[in-house]
Design a binder for this molecule. Structure first.
Ligand code: NDP
Length: 329
């Protein structure tokens, strides 16, 4: 069985040389244990933070050991009363083909209405992140306008569809004409290719015909600066992620228009999705209704084989995904 190890903590943009594949034996499960074969692995931008070798809100990856991350697989053999061969399960034992576990942290999946892989995307933490940001951090109300950054990405595309299902107006930003078309196809009222404008704030305003009540921050940097201009008075920001800066080797200066926070009485709420699991029942109920009504559809970009995990991860920083980036084993 194969797994991926991190070989060094990269400075700046990681390269394929920072990863290596290892071949290991997976033993049979002992008493109270299960053996799982992974079918789908997740790559996520937050993993970049875990490659920096310092603890942020989560521990760094250990060097020379299997990395971890979201994974969906099937139980192959089981000596555990709660799991049977064939069961679909989700875990944090990603970046590897198979594993043995005592079942701690293993979640059984109901695949009747939701495809197994979508538990790593719109029906999992990705969708939950969009939900928490829109519902709790921005507290977006029907009729209000949301700007969703990285709108064609995993969180972004979920958020566009959720906000539309809630009766809101949405302007999305994304890189490239195909991504703009995709954002429009899932309901965005307007979409802007941020790579094709030298005045992002003006382009967003013109596209949606005015300011926005909420800004969902996935990008940071130049997007943040533009958002300070586009937000209406009493606007709210969900600070979810700032991917534009994750690979920076040195600190960048702050935007010089932060006085807008004061002048417009803006409210900024940062969040880590795992601090908001109390919203899970609401999320599952709303998502179930929206999916049944055809208002929300999953979209994944799929690479094949464990050897492609590093490439899939690095692709997140080059915009190679539309919807959720996944690796199929
Ligand atoms: P995405 O699917 O959105 O993938 C990343 C996307 O970001 C790319 O497709 C690309 O889209 C865009 N991007 C990459 N580099 C840049 C750049 N330099 N400038 C502008 N855009 C860039 O990933 P996720 O949906 O998983 O994550 C989205 C954000 O949410 C991230 O910032 C992530 O860290 C954060 N997050 C936060 C969580 C929390 O608990 N707070 C939980 C989960 C995610 P394009 O082609 O449009 O440039």
């Amino acid at each position: 069985s194969r797994e991926i190890h991190l070989t060094a903590y990269p400075k700046g943009e990681p390269t394929k040389d920072n990863f290596e594949m290892a071949e290991i034996d997976i033993r049979e499960p002992g008493e109270g244990e299960v053996r799982v074969v992974n079918k789908w692995l997740s790559v996520d931008p937050y993993m970049r933070g875990r490659m920096s070798g310092i603890r942020t809100y989560i521990d760094p990856f250990a060097l020379g050991a299997a990395m971890d991350g979201g994974a969906v697989g099937q139980v192959e053999s089981s000596n555990h009363p709660d799991f049977a061969p064939g069961d679909w399960v989700m875990s944090m034992h990603g970046w590897r083909e198979a594993y043995v576990t005592n079942g701690k942290g293993l979640q059984k999946l109901d695949t009747t209405h939701i495809a197994p892989e979508d538990y790593l995307g719109i029906a999992g933490l990705t969708g939950m992140t969009a939900y928490v940001g829109i519902k709790r951090c921005i507290d977006l109300k029907a009729g209000e306008t949301l700007w969703m950054s990285a709108g064609a990405g995993a969180v972004g595309s979920a958020g566009i569809q959720f906000a539309k299902a809630m009766g809101c107006k949405v302007v999305a930003t994304a890189g490239g004409p195909d991504k703009v078309d995709y954002c429009l196809s899932i309901g965005a009222d307007a979409a802007v290719d941020y790579k094709a404008t030298d005045n992002l704030a003006k382009s967003v305003r013109e596209a949606i015909g005015g300011g926005v009540d909420g800004y969902f921050e996935n990008v940071g940097g130049t997007h943040w600066t533009a958002a300070m201009e586009v937000l209406k008075p009493k606007g709210r920001i969900a600070a979810c992620g700032m991917i534009q800066r994750y690979n920076d080797a040195t600190a960048q200066p702050l935007p010089d228009n932060l006085a807008n926070i004061v002048a417009k009485s803006l409210r900024i709420q940062g969040f880590i999705v795992s601090d908001h699991f109390d919203m899970m029942p609401d999320f599952i109920a709303d998502l179930g209704q929206w999916m049944a009504a055809g208002k929300v559809r999953p979209r994944n970009t799929v690479k094949e084989g464990i050897a492609n995990m590093p490439a899939a991860f690095l692709g997140l920083f080059r915009g190679e995904n539309t919807g959720k980036m996944l690796v199929k084993l």
